[in-house]
Structure formats: C-alpha cells, structure tokens
Design a binder for this molecule. Sequence first.
Ligand code: FMN
Length: 207
Amino acid sequence: MKVLVVYYSMYGHVHALANAVVAGAQQVAGVDVVFRRIREFPENVEHMKKEGGYAYQVYQGQQSIPECTLDDLRAADGMVFGSPTRYGNMTAQAKALIDSTASLWLGGDMEGKPVGFFTSTASTHGGQETTLVSMMFPLLHLGMLIVGVPYSLPGMIHTEARGGTPYGASTIAGPRGELQPTAEDLAIATSLGKRVAEVTLAVRAKK
Ligand SMILES: Cc1cc2nc3c(=O)[nH]c(=O)nc-3n(C[C@H](O)[C@H](O)[C@H](O)COP(=O)(O)O)c2cc1C
C-alpha cells in the first residue's frame, strides 16, 4: 500500500511538517511511503538564484527529493498534501500540480483514496484553516476521501501561538520565517501521517 506525502515549501516550514508526516506514515506496517516535492516554477528558480538568499538555499536543500509526477499520484493509495498559505489559499505551485490532473479526473484514478493536509502561515490568523480547506475543494472533485485531525489528539485543544487544526496539521512560520514548528505541531503532523496511512490500509484493503 502506497502513501504519497507531497508538499511545496519555500522557506522550509512545510518541509519540516512533511518530514514529520512521513515519520508518522512509516509507523504503519504494510505501508510504503513515497516522498515527493511539488515542482518550483522555473522563473522562481531563476529569481531565487539571482537573489542568492535563504529561499534558494532551501530550494537547493530539497533537490534530493524527487518532483511529484502524475504517475506518483496515480500509483498512490493514499496521500498527505502540504502547502504554505498564499493570501489564505494554497500556493500556485501546489495548485499547478492539482490543475495538471485532468487525465486522473477523467480516469477516476484518485477516487476513494484517503487524503490529509498540512500548511504553514506567517501569522496566527493568516489563514491556516482556509488554506487547508482550499486544498480540499479540488481533491473532493477528484473523488478523494478527506481525513482530518481528531480533537482527542494531545495538543489539539489549546490557546497558544502554534498550529493544530481539525482540518489538518499546521505551523506558524513568523513574519520573517523566524519560527520553527513546535514539538506539538510536529507531533500532530506525525499523527496525521499515521492516521492517513491507517485509513488508507483500511479503505484500500477491500479493493
Ligand atoms: C505572496 C505571499 C502571500 C502570503 N500570504 C500569507 C497569508 O495570507 N497569511 C500568512 O499568514 N502568511 C502569508 N504568507 C507567508 C507564507 O505563508 C509563509 O512564508 C509560509 O507559511 C512559510 O512556509 P514555508 O517555509 O514552507 O515556505 C505569504 C507569503 C507570500 C510570499
């Protein structure tokens, strides 16, 4: 059974959550975890290269992770999908991958596959929930089964400046990206990965 963990990250926060999701999915026996990053726009690569700043370092640090292809999506039995927020929505890079799936939609290739979500915002109320839900809309069109995060999970009910939502795992990066995911953010991401893997096994075993 294959669980695809696929993400986009410009400054590393969603990448850190993705690593935690992978660790959680790997805890489930009988699941092969496939780890993929979403393709960066070539013009962004050029821009980042010219600037030579932190984003380019982060980009270079992700080169060992293969780019996600339509075949990866087709082959997956379950998926966990991550993107930082852009104005309360997923990134254009993540949307571009989703918008390339017309052949999968036509073939019903993603139908009945469980999917969970994770995200990062700069600020506390910068749109974690809206971004997570924005990723759900198209994947519902593809016929996927949404998996959230239950409130029984430790760290879910809180009033602290950190992530953790019923719609998916999340973190707060800070206005300059100066924060890192908290231990609770990572633990929730790990639990989400495990949960999606378990649901995938249960749902897809019957196929
Ligand atoms: C064009 C643009 C729009 C953004 N919009 C928001 C936003 O609506 N709310 C917010 O909190 N952060 C916003 N951010 C900040 C990013 O979400 C933040 O850099 C990201 O969560 C860090 O994740 P990463 O390290 O994985 O790239 C925006 C950043 C950019 C470049």
